[in-house]
Write a protein that binds this ligand. Sequence first.
Ligand code: UDP
Ligand code: MG
Length: 240
Amino acid sequence: METVVDASTSEEANGSAVEKKPIVVFVLGGPGSGKGTQCAYIVEHFGFSHFSAGDLLRAEMNSGSENGLMIRSMINEGKIVPSEVTVNLLQQAMEESGNDKFLIDGFPRNEENRAAFEAVTGIEPAFVLFFDCPKEEMERRILNRNQGREDDNIETARKRFKVFLESSLPVVEYYESIGKLQKIDAARPIEEVFESVKTVFASINEKVKPHGRAEKKFTLLKLQLKWKMNLLRNGVCKGY
Ligand code: UDP
Ligand code: MG
């Protein structure tokens, strides 16, 4: 299948690919590792649009959509919602944002998520941030955060942690094996963690520097066209 990566190779030859490709950074880490908190800081400093897969799923669940009940039961069991649903929500949010720099938080949670996102959007992440945090600290944060989430109870938290170890860590390891992982010690105070995050973003600053307006518009148009072509080739979400 022809993907953005193929298209960019030819563009790279004339030296313009990095600016014109949408930039995606995946933000991974166990439940309660601080993904959402740090993403808010990154948005403020680096101009990304932030999409939390969990937040999009919760919004979909509360919207009365036909998938609502299924999503609620998956979330309350700490299980991973089928990729088709999550990828569609992410794709829609990206398309509507008008931005071309995306922080995707809490996704991909398993190998199927990872492959589906790539097959549907044709996008590979520029790099992957991984918030590394001991289980006890994550548990403590979840039980103290009071965000009104149905799944923030000890029983579901433990299920989520198990799913994280079994399904999500292999994805983290995959990105490490291809040299795309940026691991951050997340068991520190928020400001300290963000200092490390800033260093990561600063060191890849060339890749994530803000795009000009015209470039942004062009990137978005290209992105939409590519998705339409992928959709025609693959059907809505078949083939992974
Ligand atoms: N979830 C999912 N797919 C995703 C992201 C989230 O199925 O790509 C579900 C899953 O059941 C998970 C829950 O949503 O346990 C909460 O995810 P979120 O990322 O909001 O939790 P966090 O890791 O931030 O505590
Ligand atoms: Mg979160």
